[in-house]
Write a protein that binds this ligand. Structure first.
Ligand SMILES: Nc1nc2c(ncn2[C@@H]2O[C@H](COP(=O)(O)OP(=O)(O)OP(=O)(O)O)[C@@H](O)[C@H]2O)c(=O)[nH]1
Ligand SMILES: [Mg+2]
Length: 304
């Protein structure tokens, strides 16, 4: 099972790896260890969007260890680099927190195009595979065709969808979705919301209203508020996430589009700065292209 996850993640990250050139193989690793090798490695890490602070920490660590262990060849650094990256990402992952309240409600937020709706679809598929009954709440009543897009996912995953007309009050959609899930004893409600720009005050207010509506059914819900971040913007998502975090509690992060980016290394500064666990990563547009975030598999896919 772990092997299958690793293979899939590796495939998804192939492009990341090719473009990021984070692999020491790209740096001619059979070279002798000297300042120029460390410089090249530093550039590769920065290019992969690992960020200045983390890159410095990694280089310092490698220099110290290389000296201590009397390493001569760059090849020998690879294991250490892997170990260091994994240790930096440990504590950054987290499992989805479910309370089995029938329904558990999971709220998705993020700016336009970050991958919310696609992620809702992929997660619905995962839950259905586990035998859970899933309701999709079409609370993006704002963007044209958003409801139809979610309907396609509902069909694909055989999840029930609760929707209103375009322009309707999103909180009213959420009320109906949770209410019907509760009366039918459904397991999970996934709430798709409209893309929010942090500058748009009213969208933030709308989000708070959605949360209040969910809390009318249970003070413990939503059991997760997941912020969906576009992996292709790398470290730039940190500031974006901070603004969301200031407006509402965020319990987990999902980073999408890691299959199409040279900035996969940004996961390190993202998790270290935000201190919000990364719960899943998106590695493609397909229904199965969502993986629980596993630092070891991630680093292996990045380096091997
Ligand atoms: N390659 C790749 N594409 C993705 C991934 N996740 C989402 N996408 C694509 O990104 C685009 C935007 O995804 P949506 O799910 O519509 O994003 P959204 O956040 O719901 O967008 P709005 O509703 O406009 O706010 C779509 O073309 C998706 O197929 C991923 O992990 N990898
Ligand atoms: Mg959407």
């Amino acid at each position: 099972m772990l092997k299958a996850i690793y293979e899939h993640l590796k495939k998804g990250l192939q492009k990341t790896k090719e473009q990021a050139k984070i692999g020491l193989s790209e740096l001619n690793i059979s070279r002798k260890i000297d300042d120029s090798l460390f410089e090249d490695l530093e550039i590769a890490l920065l290019k992969a969007d690992v960020g200045i602070n983390a890159t410095e920490e990694i280089i310092e660590f490698l220099k110290k260890e290389a000296k201590k262990k009397g390493l001569k060849n760059g090849e020998e650094l690879k294991g250490l680099l892997k170990e260091k990256l994994i240790s930096m990402l440990k504590g950054c992952s987290g499992e989805l927190r479910l309370l089995n309240e029938k329904p558990d409600v999971i709220l998705f937020l993020g700016i336009n195009g970050s991958g919310k709706t696609t992620t809702v679809g992929k997660l619905a598929y995962r839950f259905k595979k586990e035998g859970k009954s899933v309701v999709l709440a079409a609370a993006d009543t704002f963007r044209a065709a958003a409801i139809e897009q979610l309907e396609v996912w509902a069909e694909r995953t055989e999840a029930r969808i609760v929707k209103h007309k375009p322009g309707a009050d999103p909180a009213a959609v959420v009320f109906d979705a949770v209410n019907s899930a509760k009366s039918r004893g459904d397991d999970i409600v996934l709430v798709d919301t409209a893309g929010r720009l942090h500058t748009k005050e009213h969208l933030m207010k709308e989000l708070q209203k959605i949360k209040r509506t969910i809390k009318k059914f249970s003070e413990n819900q939503p059991c997760e508020t997941l912020l969906v971040l576009d992996g292709t913007i790398g470290q730039n998502s940190i500031n974006q996430a901070k603004v969301f975090k200031e407006s509402t509690d965020v319990s987990g992060i999902i980073i999408t589009k890691l299959d199409g980016t040279a900035k996969g290394g940004a996961l390190i500064p993202i998790c270290r700065e935000l201190k919000i666990p990364i719960k899943f990563v998106g590695v493609g547009e397909g229904i199965e292209d969502l993986q629980p975030f596993d630092p070891e598999a991630f680093v292996s896919a990045l380096l091997d």
